[in-house]
Design a protein around this ligand. Structure first.
Ligand SMILES: [Zn+2]
Length: 69
């Protein structure tokens, strides 16, 4: 069975999806936290771009800091 992951890619099997929380902006341009199941390639890419949120400390840091992507 083929599944479309949150990143838009097709993956062969839901077991191959990587659930991640990530940094994003909402429609008003405010910082928010997204959640989705990504393919392994995109999950690695997000990791490389430092967009992945691993824990609550990182989430707070993202939302409260002036840092922008
Ligand atoms: Zn992908």
């Amino acid at each position: 069975m083929t599944i479309r992951a949150s990143c838009g890619c097709l993956i062969q099997n839901s077991m191959l999806g990587v659930p991640i929380r990530f940094k994003e902006y909402d429609r008003e341009g405010n910082k928010s936290v997204g959640y989705g199941v990504f393919c392994q390639y995109c999950a690695k890419k997000y990791e490389y771009d430092e967009k992945v949120i691993h824990n609550e400390d990182e989430e707070r840091e993202w939302v409260e800091s002036d840092y922008k992507l």
